[in-house]
Design a protein. Structure first.
Length: 476
């Protein structure tokens, strides 16, 4: 029995002796009658998936997708019906063919045990190498932690998609369609996908994409709900927390999808229960808590094109909604209201609506632009700009938080705006109705900050822009 097995083994070994001179023989173990023997087997690398050509003045450039099991490649061209070698052991995935050698061409993937079938030219490229898009079907995974990542590329001979989770490399996939395609992945945490597209002569470009897993609400999973009904617990509203304002037992806030809403307790309910009173869809997003001025709610909105508007809405029912014309700067800070009263009525206020103790103070709704412009609007008609000032050149950062107003009792009860300027806090005097301009040259310089086609209210105020002085500065 063993003699017969040995004879069969030797016959198979002799039959492959012709290839033994170039390649090693691969063997696989089998068990016969309790004895392990090794028989010859044929092992070949995976085929090259795509072979691309790009003609140029020096001849023809070849580039191909790598074979994940190959050690080297054979590059050949067809001459008189026979395949002739251009390179027998080529280590790279690109090759320059001289101008005097015409195709067709093919590439074989090889290792120590043999070569794959030849892959002929199947793509001709003329475009420059560029990744046009790397995208996912969703910014976060579905309930099964699954996401589909797709790509569109021009001028690539091959692409590789790599995945990293929490900074750890998970896998890299080659042999993908170099033009366009998509792959579904299961991820377990914050993932980064990196697409690398390869052109000719070893050139490459990359682009990355971040995808998060679907968040788990820790309150719903771990919390113990008591008798108190939390406002908005089941509302699924994407609330901007900085915009929440409580006033007269009602709550006002904005959401990331561009709404402003009022919620109030439900009348006659045995248990505390909140219900929506009104909501308004805005053209942009509110970034800071609104300001109450009498019967109205004042707030600023910013849009994606770096413009903004100041608006007001009646508190009780959301009616009489009106806004300024579109400004050529984002309005991140909420408006600040300054009112005229007799001198004896001056009081300290850390809120945005402030009553002045100076008869000659410039009253109105102060709107702080992100670029440093400060406009004073008519409270009765926000489209009417009463005065225009600027902080540009005297502050270091954009105005992102709503200024407060205080009284400097050591300076004749002078009212001051308190403004955050990066890591500093600064004091700026509230201007009086007859505040002089600092210099005409500054007025001309500020005029250049506006767009080529300013709005009507900007044109009215632009001729009288004045610089507000910083009277003190402290570190936070």
């Amino acid at each position: 029995m063993l003699a017969r097995i040995w004879i069969v083994f030797m016959i198979a070994l002799t039959a492959r002796s012709a290839v033994a001179s170039e390649f090693q023989q691969a063997y696989a173990p089998i068990v016969v009658g309790g004895i392990t023997i090794f028989i010859p087997i044929e092992v070949k690398p995976n085929n090259v998936a795509y072979l691309s050509i790009k003609p140029d003045s020096a001849g023809t450039k070849l580039a191909w997708t790598p074979s994940d099991t190959a050690s080297y490649y054979k590059v050949q061209y067809l001459k008189d019906g026979n395949w002739v070698s251009l390179s027998e052991r080529h280590g790279a995935t690109h090759f320059q063919v001289p101008a005097n050698i015409a195709g067709p061409y093919r590439v074989l993937a090889c290792h120590q045990y043999g070569c794959s079938a030849g892959t002929p030219t199947n793509r001709t490229l003329t475009q420059d190498l560029v990744i046009k898009a790397l995208y996912s079907d969703n910014p976060q995974t579905d309930d099964r932690k699954r996401v589909v990542v797709g790509w569109q590329v021009d001028g690539a001979s091959s692409v590789t998609l790599s995945r990293f989770e929490n900074g750890v490399h998970r896998y890299s996939q080659t042999g993908l369609n170099p033009s366009q395609g998509s792959i579904a992945s299961i991820i377990g945490g914050l993932a980064q996908f990196r697409l690398t597209a390869y052109g000719f002569d070893g050139t490459s470009v990359s682009r990355t994409l971040q995808v998060a897993t679907k968040p788990v609400n820790p309150t719903l999973k771990l919390g113990n709900k008591g008798q108190y009904a939390q406002p908005f617990y089941h509302s699924e509203l994407d609330i901007i927390e900085k915009t929440i304002l409580e006033h007269n037992d009602s709550i006002y806030f904005a959401t990331h999808d561009g709404q402003i809403l009022r919620y109030a307790p439900k009348v006659g309910s045995a248990q505390p229960e909140w219900q929506q009173s009104w909501s308004i869809k805005l053209r942009g997003v509110v970034n800071n808590a609104p300001v109450v001025d009498g019967e109205y709610l004042l707030y600023s909105i910013s849009m994606r094109d770096n413009t903004g508007m100041a608006c007001k809405t009646r508190l009780i029912d959301g009616a009489q909604h009106s806004c300024t014309s579109e400004k050529n700067s984002n309005l991140i800070a909420s408006p600040v209201v300054v009112k005229e009263t007799p001198k004896s009525a001056g009081v300290f206020s850390a809120f945005s609506s402030f009553t002045s103790s100076q008869a000659d103070v410039q009253a109105g709704v102060y709107v702080f632009h992100r670029n440093g412009t400060v406009e004073v609007l008519d409270p009765n008609n926000l489209k009417n700009v009463l005065r225009t000032f600027t902080l540009k050149g005297v502050i270091n950062e954009s105005v992102l938080t709503t200024p407060a107003v205080i009284v400097d009792q050591g300076n004749n009860n002078q009212q001051q705006f308190v403004i955050q300027d990066g890591k500093d806090v600064i004091g700026v005097n509230v201007p009086s109705s007859n505040t002089p301009a600092r210099s005409s040259s500054m007025v001309q310089a500020v005029g250049r900050w506006f767009s080529d086609e300013p709005s009507t209210d900007v044109q009215k105020a632009q001729s009288n822009i004045q610089v507000l002085e910083v009277v003190w500065r402290e570190k936070l």
